[in-house]
Ligand binder design. Sequence first.
Ligand SMILES: Cc1cc2nc3c(=O)[nH]c(=O)nc-3n(C[C@H](O)[C@H](O)[C@H](O)COP(=O)(O)OP(=O)(O)OC[C@H]3O[C@@H](n4cnc5c(N)ncnc54)[C@H](O)[C@@H]3O)c2cc1C
Length: 584
Amino acid sequence: MTMPDQESCDLVVVGSGAAGLAAAVTAAVLGLEVALVEKEPVLGGTSAWSGGWLWIPRNPLALAAGIDEDPARPRDYLRHELGNRYDARLIGMFLEQGPRMVSFFMAHSALSFIAGNTIPDFHGDNPAAALGGRSVCAAPFDGRKLGARVKDLRPPLQEISPFGMGIAAGDDIRHFLNATTSFASFRHVAMRLIRHGRDVAVHGRGMRLVNGNALVAALLKTADDLKVRILTATPVRALVREGDAVVGVKAERDGRTIEIRASRGVVLAAGGFPHDVARKAELFAHAPSGREHWSAAPEGNSGDGLRLGESAGGTVGTNLVAPGAWAPVSLAPRPDGTTGHFPHLIERAKPGLIAVRRDGRRFTNEADSYHDMMTALFAATPKGEAPEAWLICDHRFQRRYGLGHARPRPLPLGRWLASGYLKRGATIEDLAQACGIDPHGLGETLAAYNHHAADGRDPLFHRGESAYNRMQGEPGHPLNPSVAPIVKAPFYAVKIVAGSLGTFAGLVTDEHARVLGPDDKPIAGLYAVGNDMASIMGGNYPSGGITLGPAMTFGFIAAHHASGTPLPQDPDRPASTPEPTHAL
Ligand SMILES: Cc1cc2nc3c(=O)[nH]c(=O)nc-3n(C[C@H](O)[C@H](O)[C@H](O)COP(=O)(O)OP(=O)(O)OC[C@H]3O[C@@H](n4cnc5c(N)ncnc54)[C@H](O)[C@@H]3O)c2cc1C
Protein backbone atom coordinates (compact mmCIF):
# COMPACT_ATOMS: atom_id res chain seq x y z
CA MET A 1 0.00 0.00 0.00
CA THR A 2 1.38 3.47 -0.78
CA MET A 3 0.41 6.13 1.72
CA PRO A 4 -0.13 9.70 0.62
CA ASP A 5 1.78 12.20 2.74
CA GLN A 6 -1.50 13.46 4.15
CA GLU A 7 -4.43 11.34 5.27
CA SER A 8 -7.54 12.08 7.24
CA CYS A 9 -9.93 10.12 9.39
CA ASP A 10 -12.12 10.65 12.45
CA LEU A 11 -9.92 9.18 15.16
CA VAL A 12 -6.24 8.24 15.31
CA VAL A 13 -5.19 5.66 17.90
CA VAL A 14 -1.47 5.49 18.76
CA GLY A 15 -0.49 1.95 19.78
CA SER A 16 -2.08 -1.45 19.20
CA GLY A 17 -2.22 -3.00 22.70
CA ALA A 18 -5.44 -3.80 24.50
CA ALA A 19 -6.10 -0.14 25.33
CA GLY A 20 -5.58 1.10 21.78
CA LEU A 21 -7.51 -1.75 20.21
CA ALA A 22 -10.39 -1.31 22.66
CA ALA A 23 -10.60 2.37 21.70
CA ALA A 24 -10.26 1.65 17.96
CA VAL A 25 -12.83 -1.14 17.86
CA THR A 26 -15.33 0.78 20.01
CA ALA A 27 -14.97 3.88 17.84
CA ALA A 28 -15.40 1.82 14.67
CA VAL A 29 -18.51 0.12 16.08
CA LEU A 30 -19.85 3.60 16.87
CA GLY A 31 -19.37 4.58 13.23
CA LEU A 32 -16.07 6.47 13.24
CA GLU A 33 -13.40 6.07 10.60
CA VAL A 34 -10.35 5.00 12.59
CA ALA A 35 -6.61 4.78 11.92
CA LEU A 36 -4.58 2.62 14.31
CA VAL A 37 -0.88 3.46 14.11
CA GLU A 38 1.70 1.05 15.54
CA LYS A 39 5.42 1.67 15.87
CA GLU A 40 6.53 -1.96 15.76
CA PRO A 41 6.28 -4.35 12.81
CA VAL A 42 4.03 -6.52 15.01
CA LEU A 43 0.75 -5.66 16.71
CA GLY A 44 -0.34 -6.17 20.30
CA GLY A 45 2.37 -4.68 22.53
CA THR A 46 2.65 -5.99 26.09
CA SER A 47 -1.01 -6.97 25.90
CA ALA A 48 -0.12 -9.76 23.47
CA TRP A 49 2.36 -11.13 26.06
CA SER A 50 -0.01 -10.80 28.98
CA GLY A 51 -2.13 -13.30 30.83
CA GLY A 52 -5.17 -11.62 29.30
CA TRP A 53 -6.90 -11.15 32.68
CA LEU A 54 -9.10 -8.11 33.32
CA TRP A 55 -10.25 -7.07 36.81
CA ILE A 56 -13.89 -6.09 36.26
CA PRO A 57 -16.06 -6.39 39.36
CA ARG A 58 -19.77 -7.11 38.73
CA ASN A 59 -19.00 -8.38 35.24
CA PRO A 60 -21.70 -10.15 33.23
CA LEU A 61 -20.06 -13.58 33.54
CA ALA A 62 -20.06 -13.37 37.33
CA LEU A 63 -23.65 -12.20 37.25
CA ALA A 64 -24.65 -15.12 35.02
CA ALA A 65 -23.07 -17.45 37.59
CA GLY A 66 -25.20 -15.90 40.34
CA ILE A 67 -22.45 -13.68 41.83
CA ASP A 68 -24.33 -10.40 42.16
CA GLU A 69 -22.23 -8.18 44.40
CA ASP A 70 -23.46 -5.06 46.06
CA PRO A 71 -21.72 -2.24 44.10
CA ALA A 72 -20.45 -0.89 47.39
CA ARG A 73 -18.20 -3.95 47.92
CA PRO A 74 -15.64 -3.49 45.13
CA ARG A 75 -15.67 0.24 45.78
CA ASP A 76 -14.94 -0.37 49.47
CA TYR A 77 -12.18 -2.78 48.49
CA LEU A 78 -10.56 -0.04 46.42
CA ARG A 79 -11.11 2.68 49.02
CA HIS A 80 -9.30 0.51 51.53
CA GLU A 81 -6.49 -0.40 49.09
CA LEU A 82 -5.97 3.04 47.57
CA GLY A 83 -6.31 5.19 50.70
CA ASN A 84 -5.73 8.83 49.88
CA ARG A 85 -4.99 7.94 46.20
CA TYR A 86 -8.66 6.98 45.76
CA ASP A 87 -10.21 9.26 43.09
CA ALA A 88 -13.99 8.88 43.29
CA ARG A 89 -14.56 10.16 39.73
CA LEU A 90 -12.12 7.81 38.05
CA ILE A 91 -12.95 4.77 40.17
CA GLY A 92 -16.69 5.47 39.95
CA MET A 93 -16.49 5.62 36.16
CA PHE A 94 -14.37 2.46 35.98
CA LEU A 95 -16.65 0.41 38.25
CA GLU A 96 -19.76 1.62 36.42
CA GLN A 97 -18.54 1.17 32.87
CA GLY A 98 -16.26 -1.87 33.28
CA PRO A 99 -19.13 -4.40 33.16
CA ARG A 100 -20.69 -2.53 30.23
CA MET A 101 -17.39 -2.63 28.38
CA VAL A 102 -17.35 -6.43 28.77
CA SER A 103 -20.94 -6.69 27.52
CA PHE A 104 -20.12 -4.38 24.61
CA PHE A 105 -17.22 -6.50 23.38
CA MET A 106 -19.18 -9.70 23.89
CA ALA A 107 -21.93 -8.24 21.68
CA HIS A 108 -19.89 -6.36 19.07
CA SER A 109 -16.55 -8.12 18.67
CA ALA A 110 -14.94 -11.49 18.13
CA LEU A 111 -13.70 -11.37 21.72
CA SER A 112 -15.25 -13.70 24.23
CA PHE A 113 -14.32 -14.21 27.84
CA ILE A 114 -13.92 -16.91 30.40
CA ALA A 115 -15.00 -16.21 33.96
CA GLY A 116 -12.64 -15.67 36.87
CA ASN A 117 -15.25 -16.68 39.41
CA THR A 118 -12.79 -18.49 41.66
CA ILE A 119 -9.92 -15.99 41.39
CA PRO A 120 -9.51 -14.17 44.71
CA ASP A 121 -8.29 -10.60 45.15
CA PHE A 122 -4.65 -10.21 46.14
CA HIS A 123 -5.32 -8.92 49.65
CA GLY A 124 -7.68 -11.19 51.56
CA ASP A 125 -7.12 -9.21 54.76
CA ASN A 126 -9.05 -6.30 53.21
CA PRO A 127 -12.59 -6.71 54.61
CA ALA A 128 -14.14 -6.07 51.18
CA ALA A 129 -11.92 -8.55 49.29
CA ALA A 130 -13.72 -11.12 47.13
CA LEU A 131 -12.95 -14.79 46.65
CA GLY A 132 -13.92 -14.58 42.99
CA GLY A 133 -16.28 -13.04 40.47
CA ARG A 134 -14.26 -9.90 39.84
CA SER A 135 -12.28 -10.91 36.80
CA VAL A 136 -12.56 -12.24 33.27
CA CYS A 137 -9.96 -13.55 30.86
CA ALA A 138 -9.87 -13.60 27.08
CA ALA A 139 -11.15 -16.97 25.84
CA PRO A 140 -8.88 -18.99 23.52
CA PHE A 141 -9.05 -17.80 19.91
CA ASP A 142 -8.39 -19.68 16.68
CA GLY A 143 -5.64 -17.72 14.92
CA ARG A 144 -6.81 -19.05 11.54
CA LYS A 145 -9.77 -16.66 11.77
CA LEU A 146 -7.31 -13.78 11.35
CA GLY A 147 -6.29 -14.92 7.87
CA ALA A 148 -3.17 -13.17 6.57
CA ARG A 149 -3.29 -10.69 9.47
CA VAL A 150 -1.97 -13.38 11.81
CA LYS A 151 1.55 -12.69 10.55
CA ASP A 152 1.29 -9.22 12.12
CA LEU A 153 0.33 -10.54 15.56
CA ARG A 154 3.13 -10.35 18.13
CA PRO A 155 4.04 -13.93 19.08
CA PRO A 156 3.71 -14.89 22.78
CA LEU A 157 6.60 -13.99 25.11
CA GLN A 158 9.13 -16.74 24.43
CA GLU A 159 10.35 -17.00 28.04
CA ILE A 160 6.94 -18.21 29.26
CA SER A 161 5.79 -20.03 26.12
CA PRO A 162 7.56 -23.37 25.57
CA PHE A 163 8.20 -23.93 21.84
CA GLY A 164 6.32 -20.66 21.19
CA MET A 165 3.11 -22.18 22.55
CA GLY A 166 1.01 -20.08 24.92
CA ILE A 167 -0.22 -21.97 28.00
CA ALA A 168 -3.48 -20.81 29.54
CA ALA A 169 -4.12 -20.40 33.25
CA GLY A 170 -6.19 -23.04 35.03
CA ASP A 171 -6.54 -26.55 33.59
CA ASP A 172 -4.07 -26.05 30.75
CA ILE A 173 -1.16 -25.15 33.00
CA ARG A 174 -2.14 -27.86 35.50
CA HIS A 175 -1.97 -30.46 32.73
CA PHE A 176 1.49 -29.24 31.72
CA LEU A 177 2.71 -29.51 35.32
CA ASN A 178 1.21 -33.00 35.73
CA ALA A 179 2.21 -34.38 32.32
CA THR A 180 4.68 -36.91 33.77
CA THR A 181 2.42 -38.08 36.60
CA SER A 182 -1.09 -38.31 35.10
CA PHE A 183 -2.14 -40.05 31.91
CA ALA A 184 -4.97 -37.55 31.25
CA SER A 185 -2.48 -34.69 31.54
CA PHE A 186 0.06 -36.50 29.37
CA ARG A 187 -2.61 -36.93 26.69
CA HIS A 188 -3.64 -33.27 26.92
CA VAL A 189 -0.05 -32.10 26.55
CA ALA A 190 0.67 -34.56 23.72
CA MET A 191 -2.39 -33.33 21.79
CA ARG A 192 -1.40 -29.71 22.36
CA LEU A 193 2.14 -30.38 21.15
CA ILE A 194 0.98 -32.28 18.07
CA ARG A 195 -1.42 -29.53 17.09
CA HIS A 196 1.18 -26.85 17.77
CA GLY A 197 3.75 -28.68 15.65
CA ARG A 198 1.26 -28.98 12.80
CA ASP A 199 0.36 -25.27 13.06
CA VAL A 200 4.01 -24.25 13.01
CA ALA A 201 4.61 -26.41 9.93
CA VAL A 202 1.58 -25.03 8.07
CA HIS A 203 1.25 -21.44 9.35
CA GLY A 204 4.68 -20.68 10.79
CA ARG A 205 3.28 -20.23 14.31
CA GLY A 206 0.82 -21.72 16.81
CA MET A 207 -2.81 -21.02 15.99
CA ARG A 208 -4.47 -21.99 19.28
CA LEU A 209 -4.14 -18.55 20.81
CA VAL A 210 -4.64 -18.09 24.53
CA ASN A 211 -4.26 -15.36 27.17
CA GLY A 212 -3.21 -11.92 25.91
CA ASN A 213 -2.46 -13.27 22.44
CA ALA A 214 -6.10 -14.34 22.16
CA LEU A 215 -7.28 -10.97 23.51
CA VAL A 216 -5.33 -9.02 20.91
CA ALA A 217 -6.14 -11.43 18.08
CA ALA A 218 -9.89 -11.27 18.70
CA LEU A 219 -9.85 -7.46 18.82
CA LEU A 220 -7.69 -7.33 15.69
CA LYS A 221 -10.15 -9.57 13.87
CA THR A 222 -12.96 -7.14 14.64
CA ALA A 223 -10.80 -4.12 13.80
CA ASP A 224 -10.14 -5.66 10.38
CA ASP A 225 -13.81 -6.55 9.87
CA LEU A 226 -14.77 -2.95 10.67
CA LYS A 227 -12.14 -1.61 8.25
CA VAL A 228 -9.97 0.10 10.84
CA ARG A 229 -6.91 1.30 8.92
CA ILE A 230 -3.98 -0.43 10.59
CA LEU A 231 -0.45 0.83 9.96
CA THR A 232 2.44 -1.20 11.36
CA ALA A 233 6.09 -0.08 11.57
CA THR A 234 4.84 3.52 11.71
CA PRO A 235 6.03 5.29 14.88
CA VAL A 236 4.12 8.44 15.75
CA ARG A 237 6.68 11.22 16.22
CA ALA A 238 4.55 14.31 16.93
CA LEU A 239 1.05 15.58 17.49
CA VAL A 240 -0.50 18.03 15.03
CA ARG A 241 -2.11 20.96 16.82
CA GLU A 242 -4.36 23.82 15.81
CA GLY A 243 -4.36 26.38 18.59
CA ASP A 244 -4.63 24.33 21.78
CA ALA A 245 -6.48 21.46 20.12
CA VAL A 246 -4.90 18.23 18.91
CA VAL A 247 -6.03 17.47 15.37
CA GLY A 248 -3.78 14.66 14.22
CA VAL A 249 -0.37 13.02 14.29
CA LYS A 250 2.86 13.01 12.34
CA ALA A 251 4.33 9.55 11.91
CA GLU A 252 7.29 8.01 10.17
CA ARG A 253 6.64 5.41 7.52
CA ASP A 254 9.20 3.91 5.16
CA GLY A 255 11.55 6.81 5.90
CA ARG A 256 8.91 9.45 5.07
CA THR A 257 6.85 11.64 7.36
CA ILE A 258 3.11 11.23 6.98
CA GLU A 259 0.46 13.36 8.58
CA ILE A 260 -2.85 11.84 9.62
CA ARG A 261 -5.53 14.38 10.44
CA ALA A 262 -8.24 13.30 12.90
CA SER A 263 -11.47 15.30 13.21
CA ARG A 264 -12.42 13.64 16.53
CA GLY A 265 -9.01 13.55 18.12
CA VAL A 266 -6.08 11.31 19.01
CA VAL A 267 -5.95 8.49 21.58
CA LEU A 268 -2.52 7.88 23.09
CA ALA A 269 -2.15 4.16 23.87
CA ALA A 270 1.60 3.66 23.47
CA GLY A 271 2.03 1.51 26.58
CA GLY A 272 3.81 3.73 29.11
CA PHE A 273 7.57 3.97 29.66
CA PRO A 274 9.05 0.54 30.55
CA HIS A 275 12.03 1.22 28.27
CA ASP A 276 12.42 4.99 28.62
CA VAL A 277 15.77 5.23 30.38
CA ALA A 278 15.45 8.93 31.24
CA ARG A 279 11.96 8.60 32.74
CA LYS A 280 12.97 5.53 34.72
CA ALA A 281 16.00 7.39 36.10
CA GLU A 282 13.64 10.17 37.16
CA LEU A 283 10.88 8.01 38.69
CA PHE A 284 12.34 4.63 39.72
CA ALA A 285 14.19 5.08 43.02
CA HIS A 286 16.00 1.74 42.57
CA ALA A 287 17.28 2.67 39.08
CA PRO A 288 19.40 5.84 39.45
CA SER A 289 20.75 5.64 35.89
CA GLY A 290 17.48 4.27 34.48
CA ARG A 291 19.25 1.04 33.53
CA GLU A 292 18.98 -0.93 36.79
CA HIS A 293 15.54 -2.21 35.85
CA TRP A 294 14.53 -5.14 33.65
CA SER A 295 10.96 -4.77 32.42
CA ALA A 296 9.18 -7.75 30.87
CA ALA A 297 7.39 -5.39 28.42
CA PRO A 298 8.51 -5.06 24.76
CA GLU A 299 11.33 -2.66 23.85
CA GLY A 300 9.04 -0.50 21.70
CA ASN A 301 7.31 0.82 24.81
CA SER A 302 9.77 3.63 25.31
CA GLY A 303 7.64 6.43 26.71
CA ASP A 304 6.59 8.03 23.41
CA GLY A 305 2.96 8.48 24.47
CA LEU A 306 3.93 10.34 27.63
CA ARG A 307 6.28 12.65 25.71
CA LEU A 308 3.62 13.29 23.04
CA GLY A 309 1.10 14.17 25.76
CA GLU A 310 3.55 16.51 27.45
CA SER A 311 4.26 18.23 24.14
CA ALA A 312 0.60 19.26 24.02
CA GLY A 313 0.55 20.53 27.63
CA GLY A 314 -0.29 17.30 29.49
CA THR A 315 1.42 16.31 32.71
CA VAL A 316 2.72 12.98 33.95
CA GLY A 317 1.21 12.26 37.36
CA THR A 318 3.79 11.22 39.92
CA ASN A 319 1.65 11.16 43.06
CA LEU A 320 1.67 7.38 43.09
CA VAL A 321 2.46 4.74 45.66
CA ALA A 322 4.62 3.06 43.00
CA PRO A 323 5.44 4.29 39.47
CA GLY A 324 5.56 0.73 38.06
CA ALA A 325 3.79 -2.62 38.21
CA TRP A 326 6.69 -4.44 39.85
CA ALA A 327 7.56 -8.06 39.22
CA PRO A 328 10.66 -10.10 40.04
CA VAL A 329 12.42 -11.15 36.84
CA SER A 330 15.43 -13.32 36.14
CA LEU A 331 17.84 -12.69 33.28
CA ALA A 332 17.66 -15.71 31.00
CA PRO A 333 20.25 -16.00 28.21
CA ARG A 334 18.67 -16.70 24.81
CA PRO A 335 20.24 -18.86 22.09
CA ASP A 336 20.72 -15.75 19.89
CA GLY A 337 22.92 -14.10 22.53
CA THR A 338 20.30 -11.65 23.81
CA THR A 339 18.85 -11.81 27.31
CA GLY A 340 15.21 -12.55 28.09
CA HIS A 341 13.49 -11.03 31.12
CA PHE A 342 11.65 -13.95 32.70
CA PRO A 343 8.80 -12.71 34.92
CA HIS A 344 8.32 -14.98 37.97
CA LEU A 345 4.54 -15.10 38.12
CA ILE A 346 3.68 -18.73 38.85
CA GLU A 347 6.24 -20.95 40.61
CA ARG A 348 6.95 -18.70 43.61
CA ALA A 349 3.71 -19.80 45.31
CA LYS A 350 4.19 -23.54 44.84
CA PRO A 351 5.10 -25.57 47.94
CA GLY A 352 8.84 -25.82 48.61
CA LEU A 353 10.41 -22.49 47.59
CA ILE A 354 11.80 -19.57 49.53
CA ALA A 355 13.51 -16.31 48.51
CA VAL A 356 16.54 -14.97 50.36
CA ARG A 357 18.81 -11.96 50.05
CA ARG A 358 22.57 -12.38 50.02
CA ASP A 359 22.58 -12.52 53.82
CA GLY A 360 20.64 -15.78 53.45
CA ARG A 361 17.54 -14.35 55.16
CA ARG A 362 13.98 -14.38 53.85
CA PHE A 363 12.31 -10.99 53.51
CA THR A 364 8.67 -11.67 52.59
CA ASN A 365 5.89 -14.14 51.83
CA GLU A 366 7.12 -15.37 48.43
CA ALA A 367 3.61 -16.56 47.46
CA ASP A 368 2.15 -13.05 47.55
CA SER A 369 1.67 -11.11 44.33
CA TYR A 370 4.66 -10.27 42.11
CA HIS A 371 4.17 -6.57 42.91
CA ASP A 372 4.04 -7.16 46.68
CA MET A 373 7.08 -9.40 46.57
CA MET A 374 9.13 -6.85 44.66
CA THR A 375 7.94 -4.05 46.94
CA ALA A 376 9.12 -6.10 49.92
CA LEU A 377 12.49 -6.65 48.26
CA PHE A 378 12.91 -2.90 47.70
CA ALA A 379 12.07 -2.29 51.37
CA ALA A 380 14.50 -4.98 52.58
CA THR A 381 17.43 -3.80 50.44
CA PRO A 382 19.88 -1.53 52.28
CA LYS A 383 20.54 1.82 50.62
CA GLY A 384 23.23 1.59 47.97
CA GLU A 385 22.72 -2.13 47.34
CA ALA A 386 21.00 -3.62 44.29
CA PRO A 387 17.54 -5.08 44.99
CA GLU A 388 18.46 -8.69 44.23
CA ALA A 389 17.48 -11.99 45.79
CA TRP A 390 17.63 -15.72 45.11
CA LEU A 391 14.76 -18.15 44.70
CA ILE A 392 15.81 -21.39 46.41
CA CYS A 393 14.28 -24.84 46.04
CA ASP A 394 15.20 -28.51 46.12
CA HIS A 395 15.40 -31.18 43.44
CA ARG A 396 11.82 -32.35 43.98
CA PHE A 397 10.47 -28.82 43.46
CA GLN A 398 12.61 -28.01 40.43
CA ARG A 399 11.64 -31.20 38.61
CA ARG A 400 7.97 -30.80 39.59
CA TYR A 401 7.34 -27.09 38.88
CA GLY A 402 10.49 -25.74 37.24
CA LEU A 403 12.43 -22.75 38.51
CA GLY A 404 12.23 -19.69 36.27
CA HIS A 405 13.15 -20.57 32.72
CA ALA A 406 14.65 -23.93 33.82
CA ARG A 407 11.63 -26.10 33.09
CA PRO A 408 10.35 -29.15 35.01
CA ARG A 409 10.80 -32.83 34.15
CA PRO A 410 11.30 -34.15 31.48
CA LEU A 411 13.06 -31.08 30.06
CA PRO A 412 16.83 -31.05 30.59
CA LEU A 413 18.70 -28.52 32.75
CA GLY A 414 22.13 -28.63 31.07
CA ARG A 415 21.81 -25.38 29.13
CA TRP A 416 20.70 -23.43 32.21
CA LEU A 417 23.42 -24.86 34.43
CA ALA A 418 26.08 -24.26 31.78
CA SER A 419 25.09 -20.61 31.32
CA GLY A 420 25.08 -19.98 35.09
CA TYR A 421 21.40 -18.99 35.02
CA LEU A 422 20.56 -21.95 37.25
CA LYS A 423 22.83 -22.60 40.22
CA ARG A 424 23.05 -26.06 41.74
CA GLY A 425 24.64 -27.36 44.94
CA ALA A 426 24.93 -30.87 46.34
CA THR A 427 24.43 -29.30 49.76
CA ILE A 428 22.91 -26.03 50.91
CA GLU A 429 26.42 -24.76 51.72
CA ASP A 430 27.56 -25.55 48.16
CA LEU A 431 24.55 -23.72 46.75
CA ALA A 432 25.20 -20.72 48.97
CA GLN A 433 28.85 -20.60 47.79
CA ALA A 434 27.78 -20.85 44.13
CA CYS A 435 25.39 -17.89 44.55
CA GLY A 436 27.51 -15.71 46.83
CA ILE A 437 24.97 -16.06 49.65
CA ASP A 438 26.08 -16.17 53.31
CA PRO A 439 26.06 -19.96 53.95
CA HIS A 440 25.52 -19.56 57.67
CA GLY A 441 22.49 -17.31 57.15
CA LEU A 442 21.00 -19.61 54.54
CA GLY A 443 21.59 -22.69 56.72
CA GLU A 444 19.79 -21.08 59.64
CA THR A 445 16.96 -19.83 57.45
CA LEU A 446 16.36 -23.26 55.94
CA ALA A 447 16.51 -25.04 59.28
CA ALA A 448 13.86 -22.71 60.70
CA TYR A 449 11.71 -22.83 57.54
CA ASN A 450 11.88 -26.64 57.28
CA HIS A 451 11.08 -27.12 60.96
CA HIS A 452 7.67 -25.45 60.54
CA ALA A 453 7.14 -26.53 56.93
CA ALA A 454 6.98 -30.14 58.11
CA ASP A 455 3.70 -29.13 59.79
CA GLY A 456 2.60 -27.03 56.78
CA ARG A 457 3.21 -23.76 58.61
CA ASP A 458 5.15 -20.57 57.95
CA PRO A 459 4.92 -18.54 61.16
CA LEU A 460 7.42 -15.98 59.84
CA PHE A 461 5.57 -14.84 56.69
CA HIS A 462 2.31 -16.84 56.68
CA ARG A 463 2.68 -18.50 53.28
CA GLY A 464 -0.49 -20.23 52.23
CA GLU A 465 -2.78 -18.47 54.68
CA SER A 466 -4.53 -16.17 52.17
CA ALA A 467 -6.99 -17.40 49.54
CA TYR A 468 -4.70 -15.90 46.88
CA ASN A 469 -1.66 -17.87 48.15
CA ARG A 470 -3.69 -21.07 48.25
CA MET A 471 -5.01 -20.64 44.71
CA GLN A 472 -1.52 -19.94 43.37
CA GLY A 473 -0.07 -22.90 45.30
CA GLU A 474 -0.79 -26.55 44.65
CA PRO A 475 -4.42 -27.40 45.36
CA GLY A 476 -4.63 -30.66 47.26
CA HIS A 477 -1.07 -30.49 48.57
CA PRO A 478 -1.15 -31.92 52.09
CA LEU A 479 -1.25 -29.51 55.03
CA ASN A 480 -0.63 -26.30 53.11
CA PRO A 481 -0.87 -25.73 49.31
CA SER A 482 2.00 -23.27 49.47
CA VAL A 483 4.42 -24.78 51.99
CA ALA A 484 6.67 -27.88 51.84
CA PRO A 485 10.10 -28.64 53.31
CA ILE A 486 13.17 -28.00 51.11
CA VAL A 487 15.22 -31.14 51.76
CA LYS A 488 15.94 -33.27 48.70
CA ALA A 489 19.43 -32.68 47.25
CA PRO A 490 20.65 -31.29 44.95
CA PHE A 491 19.44 -27.76 45.66
CA TYR A 492 18.82 -25.05 43.05
CA ALA A 493 18.71 -21.26 42.88
CA VAL A 494 17.90 -18.54 40.35
CA LYS A 495 18.71 -14.87 40.90
CA ILE A 496 15.87 -12.35 40.67
CA VAL A 497 16.30 -8.65 39.92
CA ALA A 498 14.03 -5.60 39.77
CA GLY A 499 11.52 -5.83 36.94
CA SER A 500 7.99 -4.90 36.01
CA LEU A 501 5.01 -5.87 33.87
CA GLY A 502 4.36 -2.26 32.89
CA THR A 503 4.33 1.26 34.28
CA PHE A 504 1.82 3.12 36.44
CA ALA A 505 2.95 6.75 36.09
CA GLY A 506 1.15 8.27 33.12
CA LEU A 507 -0.70 11.28 31.78
CA VAL A 508 -3.22 12.84 34.12
CA THR A 509 -6.74 12.54 32.66
CA ASP A 510 -10.33 13.08 33.63
CA GLU A 511 -12.90 10.29 33.85
CA HIS A 512 -13.46 10.41 30.07
CA ALA A 513 -9.73 9.72 29.53
CA ARG A 514 -9.20 13.30 28.28
CA VAL A 515 -5.66 14.46 28.95
CA LEU A 516 -5.66 17.41 31.34
CA GLY A 517 -3.54 20.51 30.77
CA PRO A 518 -1.70 22.40 33.49
CA ASP A 519 -4.89 24.28 34.39
CA ASP A 520 -6.65 20.92 34.88
CA LYS A 521 -8.78 21.60 31.80
CA PRO A 522 -9.07 18.86 29.14
CA ILE A 523 -6.86 19.37 26.09
CA ALA A 524 -9.28 19.29 23.16
CA GLY A 525 -8.86 16.21 20.98
CA LEU A 526 -6.37 14.38 23.22
CA TYR A 527 -7.06 11.16 25.15
CA ALA A 528 -4.72 8.79 27.01
CA VAL A 529 -5.57 5.19 27.86
CA GLY A 530 -3.81 2.05 29.07
CA ASN A 531 -0.41 2.67 30.58
CA ASP A 532 -0.18 6.09 28.95
CA MET A 533 -2.92 7.14 31.40
CA ALA A 534 -1.91 7.60 35.05
CA SER A 535 -2.90 4.47 36.96
CA ILE A 536 -6.39 4.93 38.36
CA MET A 537 -5.19 2.70 41.21
CA GLY A 538 -2.76 5.43 42.29
CA GLY A 539 0.19 3.07 41.85
CA ASN A 540 -1.39 0.36 44.04
CA TYR A 541 -1.83 -3.24 42.86
CA PRO A 542 -4.99 -4.52 44.51
CA SER A 543 -5.67 -7.50 42.26
CA GLY A 544 -4.62 -9.33 39.10
CA GLY A 545 -5.98 -7.66 35.96
CA ILE A 546 -5.94 -4.10 37.30
CA THR A 547 -4.06 -2.82 34.28
CA LEU A 548 -5.95 -4.51 31.43
CA GLY A 549 -9.37 -3.98 33.08
CA PRO A 550 -9.04 -0.17 33.26
CA ALA A 551 -7.07 -0.11 29.96
CA MET A 552 -9.95 -1.58 28.00
CA THR A 553 -12.62 0.26 30.00
CA PHE A 554 -11.08 3.68 29.40
CA GLY A 555 -10.37 2.81 25.75
CA PHE A 556 -14.10 2.12 25.46
CA ILE A 557 -14.94 5.35 27.33
CA ALA A 558 -12.56 7.51 25.27
CA ALA A 559 -14.10 6.24 22.03
CA HIS A 560 -17.60 7.08 23.26
CA HIS A 561 -16.50 10.56 24.18
CA ALA A 562 -14.69 11.15 20.89
CA SER A 563 -17.69 9.99 18.89
CA GLY A 564 -20.13 12.03 20.94
CA THR A 565 -22.05 8.87 21.89
CA PRO A 566 -23.44 8.75 25.43
CA LEU A 567 -22.04 5.93 27.55
CA PRO A 568 -24.40 2.99 27.92
CA GLN A 569 -26.72 2.81 30.87
CA ASP A 570 -28.17 -0.35 32.29
CA PRO A 571 -31.74 0.25 33.33
CA ASP A 572 -32.00 -3.12 35.10
CA ARG A 573 -29.10 -2.58 37.45
CA PRO A 574 -28.43 0.61 39.37
CA ALA A 575 -24.90 1.58 38.41
CA SER A 576 -23.84 2.56 41.86
CA THR A 577 -25.09 3.62 45.21
CA PRO A 578 -24.14 7.09 46.46
CA GLU A 579 -20.54 7.44 47.49
CA PRO A 580 -20.24 7.01 51.28
CA THR A 581 -18.65 9.87 53.13
CA HIS A 582 -16.73 7.74 55.66
CA ALA A 583 -13.32 6.23 54.98
CA LEU A 584 -12.87 2.52 55.59
C1 LIG B 1 4.03 -11.56 31.10
C2 LIG B 1 3.01 -10.49 31.40
C3 LIG B 1 1.75 -10.87 31.86
C4 LIG B 1 0.79 -9.88 32.15
N1 LIG B 1 -0.48 -10.27 32.50
C5 LIG B 1 -1.42 -9.33 32.76
C6 LIG B 1 -2.76 -9.71 33.03
O1 LIG B 1 -3.15 -10.89 32.94
N2 LIG B 1 -3.64 -8.72 33.35
C7 LIG B 1 -3.27 -7.39 33.39
O2 LIG B 1 -4.10 -6.55 33.71
N3 LIG B 1 -2.01 -7.01 33.06
C8 LIG B 1 -1.09 -7.94 32.73
N4 LIG B 1 0.17 -7.55 32.36
C9 LIG B 1 0.42 -6.11 32.17
C10 LIG B 1 -0.28 -5.66 30.87
O3 LIG B 1 0.07 -6.56 29.85
C11 LIG B 1 0.07 -4.24 30.46
O4 LIG B 1 -0.10 -3.38 31.54
C12 LIG B 1 -0.87 -3.82 29.31
O5 LIG B 1 -0.77 -4.77 28.26
C13 LIG B 1 -0.58 -2.44 28.77
O6 LIG B 1 -1.48 -2.23 27.71
P1 LIG B 1 -1.36 -0.97 26.76
O7 LIG B 1 -2.40 -1.12 25.73
O8 LIG B 1 -1.33 0.26 27.59
O9 LIG B 1 0.11 -1.09 26.13
P2 LIG B 1 0.74 -2.22 25.16
O10 LIG B 1 -0.08 -3.45 25.12
O11 LIG B 1 2.15 -2.39 25.58
O12 LIG B 1 0.65 -1.55 23.74
C14 LIG B 1 1.34 -0.35 23.45
C15 LIG B 1 1.69 -0.33 21.97
O13 LIG B 1 2.07 0.99 21.60
C16 LIG B 1 3.11 0.90 20.66
N5 LIG B 1 3.84 2.17 20.56
C17 LIG B 1 4.79 2.67 21.41
N6 LIG B 1 5.22 3.87 20.96
C18 LIG B 1 4.54 4.14 19.82
C19 LIG B 1 4.59 5.20 18.88
N7 LIG B 1 5.41 6.25 19.02
N8 LIG B 1 3.78 5.14 17.78
C20 LIG B 1 2.94 4.07 17.61
N9 LIG B 1 2.88 3.03 18.46
C21 LIG B 1 3.66 3.06 19.56
C22 LIG B 1 3.95 -0.25 21.20
O14 LIG B 1 4.82 -0.75 20.21
C23 LIG B 1 2.87 -1.23 21.64
O15 LIG B 1 2.53 -2.11 20.60
C24 LIG B 1 1.13 -8.51 32.02
C25 LIG B 1 2.38 -8.13 31.55
C26 LIG B 1 3.32 -9.12 31.23
C27 LIG B 1 4.66 -8.70 30.69
